[in-house]
Design a protein around this ligand. Structure first.
Ligand SMILES: *[C@@H]1O[C@H](CO)[C@@H](O)[C@H](O)[C@H]1NC(C)=O
Ligand SMILES: *[C@@H]1O[C@H](CO)[C@@H](O)[C@H](O)[C@H]1NC(C)=O
Ligand SMILES: *[C@@H]1O[C@H](CO)[C@@H](O)[C@H](O)[C@H]1NC(C)=O
Length: 456
């Protein structure tokens, strides 16, 4: 169930937001049940379990406000985080350093941590510092394989062929990968290409846990690299200057001072939806700001300038680009415009705890036009303010803050990972005997397995 508990009945619990449906008896009973359930969960979180509690158990208090907490439901997640994650070290696996710094070791992680794909570096760094990290493989629940290949590839540090070969070489040195068929191994693929960055991913990683902002691969490629049941959607990386607690790059404007009803600020990239928006802005220049932006030159917006424009509308339109996910959706929460998703196949993170109807709008991408502007214009400021306030409560989930912060993208990811932990893994190439010995097809015991491992 959705568990954003604001402490008092709010729109979060209304079954039909934005509609003035008459309050029937069924509605009353349903909302009463929700209130009771919420109360029950809150109690459990407040009073449960003494000694082995971690600070994460308690709850996620969004933006440090007292009444607003994001609770992970007990079912499937447990009452507190209790995880052991092993992080592979570049020294221990031959080739891992290539996936991190390129063939000459020259790509710097400082460069790779910036921009919308910075999650590949941030998640690695957070895990290295994490209290949930273990240095003992034999006790690990999960294994993290670090790699910055999106960045390394863009900077010319490795080509596709090298990336593919290096991954295969790296994996073949990991007995624990072999043991579970990869099922307890975690990989981050931070861009729209998802795991396709590794050409033969479908042979080697199709059982592993993939962290990616892109849950949709219906376009261009014939096989989706995302599986709802094993993979985890993560938020994209927002500019640190916007997510800081104070001295942000730009601050939100009061609603009354915003010049536009809506905006779209991005490159067209020849995408239908984006071109339609640019066209619409030409027809309604005082309602919609959507200049045709470029990669470089005078019509490219600087970092601060971009956010100054973004904050100047009530609604920030987020059409699909090369792929379904778009960073603009996450950025909207920090300039406090209501995001309007115009990307039908989009998948959003942490759907077990976030009710997206309370914080955003999703509009059919086939209906981009005057009707969209009329609709947005019909929404009263009061409702817009409410949606913005709801967004403010949960936006901490989009920020890759240190583990000491109780609500963050990282803690959200840890909860989702916890749900993936299993007592036991099997694969087609592992066998076990009466005494618990794990052996391979040649009856060699696990402790004696030799690298390179034949891969699943
Ligand atoms: C990736 O590398 C493996 C091992 O070298 C090879 O068998 C496979 O064909 C490669 N995949 C592609 C798409 O080149
Ligand atoms: C995973 O890869 C193996 C080996 O190529 C293949 O046999 C299997 O069908 C794949 N599974 C999925 C779910 O794609
Ligand atoms: C388990 O049994 C097998 C077959 O009898 C034997 O080879 C192996 O050493 C045993 N393992 C342990 C841990 O006792």
């Amino acid at each position: 169930m959705a568990s954003i508990n604001t402490g008092k009945p709010t729109r979060f619990f209304s079954p039909h937001p934005h509609q003035n449906t008459p309050c029937t008896r069924t509605h009353q009973i349903a909302s009463l049940a929700l209130v009771v359930a919420t109360f029950f969960f809150t109690r459990l979180f407040d009073h449960s379990l003494g000694p082995c509690s971690s600070p994460y158990r308690k709850s996620f208090s969004a933006e440090k406000s007292q009444d607003d907490v994001v609770l992970w439901p007990l079912r499937g997640y447990g009452p507190y985080l209790n995880l052991k994650i092993y992080v592979y070290d570049e020294e221990e696996i031959d080739g891992l350093n290539l996936l991190l710094y390129g063939r000459n070791g020259k790509i710097s992680s400082q460069a790779c941590v910036k921009g919308q794909w910075g999650t590949q570096v941030k998640i690695h760094r957070l895990l290295l510092e994490s209290t949930f990290r273990t240095r003992k493989k034999e006790e690990a629940d999960l294994f993290f394989v670090p790699s910055y290949v999106k960045c390394v590839r863009m900077m010319g540090g490795l080509n596709d062929k090298e990336i593919n070969q290096t991954y295969v070489k790296v994996l073949s040195q990991m007995p624990y990968f072999r043991l579970s068929g990869g099922r307890n191994h975690i990989f981050v693929f931070p861009s729209g290409a998802g795991a396709h960055l590794f050409k033969s991913w479908s042979t080697y990683l199709n059982r592993s846990i993939i962290l990616t902002p892109e849950g949709d691969r219906t376009d261009k490629r014939d096989t989706s690299a995302f599986s709802t049941w094993k993979d985890i959607i993560i938020p994209g990386n927002i500019d640190d200057g916007m997510t800081a607690h104070k001295d942000r790059l730009v601050d939100p404007l009061p609603l009354s001072r915003r010049k536009y009803l809506a905006n779209y600020l991005g490159r067209a990239q020849g995408k239908v939806g984006r071109l339609q928006l640019i066209d619409l802005a030409r027809q309604y220049p005082d309602k919609l700001e959507s200049p045709e932006l470029k990669f470089s030159g005078p019509s490219k917006l600087g970092r601060t300038e971009y956010f100054q424009h973004l904050r100047n509308a009530k609604f920030c339109l987020a059409p699909r680009g090369e792929s379904s996910w778009t960073l603009r959706f996450y950025e909207s929460f920090f300039v406090e415009c209501v995001p309007v998703i115009l990307s039908d196949q989009v998948e959003l993170p942490f759907q077990n705890v976030v009710d997206y109807t309370q914080i955003s709008i999703k509009w059919p991408s086939t209906r981009i036009g005057t009707q969209l502007l009329d609709y947005l214009e019909s929404i009263p400021d009061k409702i817009i303010e409410e949606m913005i306030a709801n967004g403010r409560k949960i936006r901490c989930l989009w920020v890759y803050a240190p583990e000491s912060e109780s609500c963050s993208a990282f803690s959200g990811i840890l909860w989702e990972l916890q749900k993936k932990v299993r007592q036991f893994h099997q694969s087609a190439e592992t066998f076990w005997l009466h005494n618990g010995s794990i052996v391979n097809r040649d009856l060699v015991e696990f402790s004696k397995w030799q690298s390179p491992m034949p891969l699943p």
